[in-house]
Design a protein around this ligand. Structure first.
Ligand code: AMP
Ligand code: MG
Length: 328
C-alpha cells in the first residue's frame, strides 16, 4: 500500500509529558489505522488503544463488501430480489450516505459500486465500455429504498450494488473517538487511511498545549506535503487519485468514480475537507472530488462548519473561504 495520505508532524519540547502520549498502528479495513492518545497511565492507555482497534475490526466485519458474513455482502446478493432486514447501525449509515447524495446531487453515491466493482485496480483491468454503460443505469441513490418501520433496505434495480468505502472509514474514526471520550480521554488522534479526527489538542504538559501540525500530502510528489495546517478538535478527510490507481495509455484509472460517466473522476487530483465529524468529512471529500473545483468549493462554502481545499488537475491549490481567511 502507498504511504498514508496524511503525515502527522509534531513538535515536542517537553520530554516527560511526551512520555504520556501512546500510539499504535495496525492494518485493518484494508488501510492503516493509527491511534495516538494522551494518558498518564501506560496500562490504561494500552487498554484504550485496544478498544479502538477492536472497534475497527467490528466495523470491518459489518461493512466489508468482500466478507460473506458482512451485512453489506448479503445486501448486494439479495436486496434487489426482496427487502432485507439490516442492523440499526448499518441502516443509519446508509441513511446518512443517502442524505449526502441528496446534498451533493448524486456526486456521492454508494451505488457507484454497480460499476465500480467492474474495475480491477490490482490487475490493471478496465471494464469494456459496453459493460460500463449497461451497469451505469444502476448507479442512482434513489434506487436504494430504506423502510425505517421495518429496518429494511431494498434495491429497485437488479444491477444495484452498494459499497461504503467512501464513508465507512470516517464512521469508524468517529466511533473510535466516541469510545475514547467515554473512557475519559481528552486528547487523541485516530486515523484510518485518509480520514482522521483530532480530539483536543497536542497536549505537552499541564497547562501547556499546541495544535497538531497536520500535513496534507502532495498528490504528485512522494513524501512531500502540499500544505501544513495547525488543527485541534476537528475531523479531516483527504481523497486522492493516487490512493488506488493504475495507468494505461497515459490515462489514470483510480478508485473515485464519477456516477454520471462510470469513469474515474478526472477534474482534480486531491481534496481535503475539515468539519466536526469524520463521517461527514469522509463523504464530502469523495463528493467534492467528483464535483471538481467550481461546484465543490461552492458546496463547501455554503455548508456551515465545513472548510476544505482542492488540488486541481493542474496541481493548483484552491481554498474554501474560511480556510483562505485562516491562511492569510
Ligand atoms: P475516499 O478515499 O474517502 O475518497 O473514498 C474512496 C472510496 O469511495 C472508493 O474506494 C470507493 O469505495 C468509494 N467511492 C468511489 N466513488 C464514489 C462515489 N462517487 N460516491 C461514493 N463513494 C465512492
Ligand atoms: Mg472520503
Amino acid at each position: 500500500m502507498k504511504l498514508a495520505q496524511i503525515f502527522l508532524l509534531s513538535l515536542f519540547i517537553s520530554l516527560p509529558s511526551w512520555a504520556n502520549w501512546h500510539s499504535d498502528t495496525q492494518n485493518i479495513m484494508g488501510t492503516e489505522i493509527r491511534v495516538e492518545l494522551w494518558h498518564k497511565d501506560e496500562t490504561l492507555a494500552q487498554k484504550n488503544i485496544k478498544l479502538v482497534m477492536q472497534e475497527m475490526h467490528r466495523i470491518d466485519e459489518l461493512m466489508s463488501p468482500y466478507k460473506e458474513q458482512a451485512e453489506i455482502y448479503q445486501l448486494n446478493t439479495s436486496a434487489a430480489k426482496s427487502a432485507q432486514v439490516i442492523s440499526v447501525e448499518l441502516f443509519d449509515l446508509i441513511n446518512t450516505a443517502l442524505q449526502v447524495s441528496q446534498l451533493t446531487q448524486g456526486a456521492f453515491d454508494i451505488s457507484y459500486a454497480s460499476v465500480g466493482y467492474l474495475y480491477n485496480y490490482r490487475e490493471k483491468l478496465k471494464p469494456d465500455e459496453k459493460a460500463i454503460q449497461q451497469k451505469r443505469q444502476a448507479i442512482d441513490y434513489r434506487l436504494i429504498v430504506l423502510d425505517p418501520s421495518k429496518s429494511t433496505v431494498k434495491f429497485l434495480h437488479q444491477d444495484v450494488k452498494i459499497d461504503l468505502g467512501g464513508i465507512a472509514k470516517g464512521y469508524a474514526v468517529d466511533r473510535s473517538i466516541e469510545i475514547l471520550k467515554g473512557q475519559g480521554i481528552k486528547q487523541a488522534m485516530v486515523s484510518a487511511g485518509g480520514d482522521s479526527r483530532i480530539l483536543g489538542d497536542r497536549r505537552l504538559a499541564d497547562g501547556e498545549s499546541r495544535p497538531w501540525m497536520v500535513g496534507i500530502k502532495d498528490p504528485r510528489v512522494d513524501d512531500q506535503q502540499a500544505v501544513i495546517l495547525p488543527l485541534s478538535d476537528t475531523a479531516l478527510s483527504t481523497s486522492g487519485d493516487y490512493e488506488r490507481f493504475y495507468e494505461k495509455d497515459g490515462v489514470r484509472y483510480h478508485h473515485i468514480i464519477n456516477p454520471w460517466t462510470g469513469d474515474s473522476a478526472r477534474q482534480v487530483q486531491g481534496t481535503s475537507i475539515l468539519g466536526p465529524d469524520a463521517t461527514t468529512t469522509d463523504a464530502l471529500s469523495t463528493a467534492v472530488f467528483v464535483l471538481g473545483v467550481g461546484k465543490g468549493l461552492a458546496l463547501i462554502n455554503r455548508l456551515p462548519g465545513i472548510e476544505g481545499l482542492i488540488i486541481d488537475a493542474q496541481h493548483k491549490l484552491h481554498y474554501s473561504d474560511g480556510l483562505l481567511a485562516r491562511t492569510e
